[in-house]
Write a protein that binds this ligand. Sequence first.
Ligand SMILES: [Zn+2]
Length: 272
Amino acid sequence: MNHATKTQVGDIEIFVLNDGNTTFETDTFTATSTTEIKSLLDKAGQSSIKTSFNAFLIKSGDEVTLVDSGAGELFGSIAGNLNTVLNDIGIAKSDITKLIATHMHPDHIGGMIDSNGNRYFDNAELVLSIKEHTFWSNSKNFTNHPEQQAHALKVLNAYSDQLILCKSDADLGRGLSSIDIPGHTAGHIGVKVSSSSSQFIIAGDIVHAQHLQFINPNIGVTFDQDYDMAKKSRLKMFNMLSAEEIPFSGGHLLSPGVATISRDGSEYILNV
Ligand SMILES: [Zn+2]
C-alpha cells in the first residue's frame, strides 16, 4: 500500500511519500550474523527484513520542495509510485520549485527523469552537496560499475541549468538546512526543517532496516560506501535525534514513516 503521512512543523507542512516497499536478504547487512538478524527480527515480531522507499514533500511559504524522488522506472513494480502519491495529496509536478537529493543512489533520484533522460520537474532547481557532486562526477570512482554513474550523470545533465551545489551543513532557506552525514555516500546529507521552536529531520539513508539498526547501530549495509564513516554518521544522527526526541523520517523508514527515538544504553528505541 502506498500513501502519504502528513506532519506539521510550525508553519511548514511535511509529507512522507511512500514510493514502494521491498524486503532485504540477510546478506545485504554487514557487521552482523544471520543469528543476530533472526534474533532481532524475532524480538520485533517480524519474519523478514522489510524496508520502504520514501520521498518527502515540504510546503514552506511559496516554496514546494521535494526531497528525493523515489526510484522512478528503475526498480520495476516494487517502487515508482511517487506520481500516484503526489496526485493523492493534490500536488502536480509543475508545482515543485526545488528538488533536494540526499544522495545520488537510484532509489533517491530515479524519479527525477524519464527513460529518455528528460527532467520531470520543469520548474525545480536541483540541490545536492558539493561533495556528492564531486564524487559522482569522477569516472575514476566507477571503473568497476560505470552503469551506476551513468544514471546519476543523466540526472545532473537534465538539471544542469538549475543545479545548486551546497555545503553539507548549509542554510537552504525557508527553514531548511542540510546536515552532514557522509559515509553511505561521500556527500550524503540529511535535511533539517525548522519553524518557530519546532524541528523535523529527514535523516537520509542512515538506516535501511529499522528492526535491526536502531537496536544495533553497528550493523551496516552493503550499499554503504564507507562502513566506518556511515556508522559514525548514524550514531551522530541517533544522538542528535534522541537528545531532544526530535521527530524524524528517513529514506527507508517503514509506514507511517514518522517517529522519534530514545536512547537506552547502546541501543536506540524507535517510538512510532
Ligand atoms: Zn536508499
